[in-house]
Design a protein around this ligand. Structure first.
Ligand code: GLN
Length: 541
């Protein structure tokens, strides 16, 4: 029987509920259980695919092509369990499914209401598409008290009755703030947050309390008493040096023991050696490299969450700390500003959309190529590298991307048809924006003898995509003659997946998003190799 753990958050947002869920998932896994993690997002968008990265942070793409919340990235990175479409849902998706059913007449004339129709759809989502999982950890987005979260809370309230206490648990993440003038940690916001939960019929079983310092026993007892939980179930979640220490810290505070006790299961203690080793490497690096990330959404770290993580993983693999400089590419569009990039050991241009800042990215790619600084172009960063190579290596001065409007030499163009396996996918220019990109896992063949073939140690790979435009193969010959090699292609040979410059210490552009598959205990080979290239560069300068 699958057991469900429902994770809610209170007091303030940004407490790291996603990370907490991921860390608990990792702990249960380390005790030998099979886990799956899910996220219910109360906002009205059908998925985060159309949301601005400034508002929502990164869109995490799964192998099966779902555009999901970035917390699914944490889940995957901490547990290695591949996230799926069926692991993330929003109010928008639930309502659009229910309304589509209503239009089809599936409800046979019933009045459609939040209870039971919306809550039934939510419950269905939570309990479907499972096989032999021991635990499903289900995080509810937002903060308790948000209006749009109510149907989700109601659904998980009902689930307790259906599943039974022995198969369900409510875990509430709260904040215990330190008030400097009083010199004390304060429990009142947690008491209020639990009251709010109680008002919708949910009594938390475990409280995970974020605090920036040790929670004294007296305060812990007080929280237990006022919130009606056992004292052992008030678990301090103290700030730690690195996110990879979170599972270790939770275990020390007794979280997984408390979960096992709740479900009345006897399990061997967790094997946390993997996390200990990673934390050790992160906190005691043997060197440092500096990487410039030249992008557009550099003001919000969450916009490039997986990228930042993958770079850190590359550091773990090479035993170095990866220092990151986030640079807005627009600064490279006026005056002599490229000197900002002097001295960095690697330049990375990440995924992006739209013309603004693109010339700055092209300038950064040129700087990396000419100065022989390791360059890693991801998705948009590959497309900009191709435009740069077309203009400055192949002499096509008017080369550009049709993403920015019509151009004379469209070396990057809108893709309207492509193959996914045997299946032909089509899109109309000017059609819907949501969910219409080339999304999810696609295979790619690597050319023998190329740098990427060497890096992956394999001739066929699979990576995740999220883009509308493609490098235009019409220009392949002219670009290859100029020195830009197409070293990875789709299996039908139509879509360029990877370009590289053999005559450069490390210059690779990929059409996919390798950062989505990197894990701390399994760093992505491209990031491992890029950081190794940066380490080499750091010894030269
Ligand atoms: N804007 C480009 C495209 O749609 C690149 C997208 C991306 O970097 N994810 O093809």
């Amino acid at each position: 029987m699958t057991r469900f753990i429902f994770i809610t958050g209170g007091v303030v947002s940004s407490l790291g509920k996603g990370l907490a869920s991921a860390a608990l998932g990792a702990l249960l896994q380390a005790r030998g259980f099979k886990v799956r993690l899910r996220k219910l997002d109360p906002y009205i968008n059908v998925d985060p695919g159309t949301m601005s990265p400034y508002q929502h942070g990164e869109v995490y793409v799964t192998d099966d092509g779902a555009e999901t919340d970035l917390d699914l990235g944490h889940y995957e990175r901490f547990t290695g369990v591949g996230a799926r479409q069926s692991d993330n849902v929003t109010t928008g998706r639930i309502y659009s499914d229910v309304i589509a059913k209503e239009r089809r007449g599936d409800y046979l004339g019933a009045t459609i209401q939040v209870i039971p129709h919306i809550t039934d759809a939510i419950k269905n989502f939570v309990t479907s598409d499972l096989t032999d999982e021991d635990f499903v950890l289900c995080e509810i987005g937002g903060t308790v008290g948000d209006i749009e979260g109510l149907p989700f809370l109601e659904a998980i309230r009902q689930l307790r009755n259906e599943l039974g206490r022995e198969n369900s648990m409510y875990l509430h993440l709260t904040l215990i703030p330190y008030i400097r003038t009083a010199g004390e940690l304060k429990t009142k916001p947690t008491q209020h947050s639990v009251k709010e939960l109680l008002s919708v019929g949910i009594q938390p079983d475990v409280l995970l309390c974020r605090a920036d310092r040790t929670i004294p026993d007296g305060e812990r007892r007080k929280i237990a008493q006022f919130c009606n939980v056992r004292e052992e179930a008030v678990i301090p979640a103290l700030d730690v040096d690195t996110i990879y220490s979170v599972p270790i810290s939770y275990h020390k505070e007794g979280l997984d023991d408390e979960v096992c006790r709740h479900f009345n299961i006897d399990a061997p203690p967790p094997d946390l050696s993997r996390w200990e080793e990673i934390s050790e490497r992160v906190t005691k690096p043997e060197g440092e490299v500096s990487i410039a990330i030249v992008g557009k959404y550099t003001g919000l770290m969450d916009a490039y969450k997986s990228l930042a993580e993958a770079l850190a993983h590359g550091g773990i693999a090479n035993n170095v700390h990866v220092g990151t400089q986030w640079v807005d590419s627009e600064i490279f569009e006026s005056g002599d500003t490229l000197h900002h990039l002097e001295g960095v050991h690697g330049i990375l241009v990440p995924g992006g959309f739209g013309e603004r800042g693109s010339e700055g990215k092209i300038a950064a790619a040129r700087f990396a190529r000419e100065r022989k600084i390791p360059y890693f172009g991801i998705c948009f960063g590959m497309q900009m590298a191709v435009i740069e190579a077309a203009r400055n290596m192949a002499g096509l001065a008017k080369a550009g991307s049709t993403e920015f409007g019509p151009c004379e030499d469209p070396v990057v163009g809108l893709m309207t048809e492509w193959l996914k396996g045997e299946e032909l996918h089509r899109r109309e220019a000017g059609g819907n924006m949501g969910g219409t990109m080339r999304l999810g896992a696609y295979a790619c063949g690597l050319e023998k003898g190329s740098r990427v073939h060497d890096i992956y140690g394999d001739a066929e790979i699979s990576e995740r995509h999220r883009h509308r435009y493609e490098v235009n193969t019409t220009y392949r010959d002219v670009l290859e003659k100029a020195g830009l090699k197409f070293s990875g292609m789709s299996p039908d040979g139509v879509l360029p997946e990877i370009v590289e410059i053999p005559d450069h210490p490390w210059y690779v552009g990929v059409q996919f998003h390798p950062e989505l598959k990197s894990k701390p205990f399994e760093p992505h080979p491209l990031f491992t190799s890029f950081i190794a290239g940066a380490v080499h560069q750091s010894r030269l300068v």
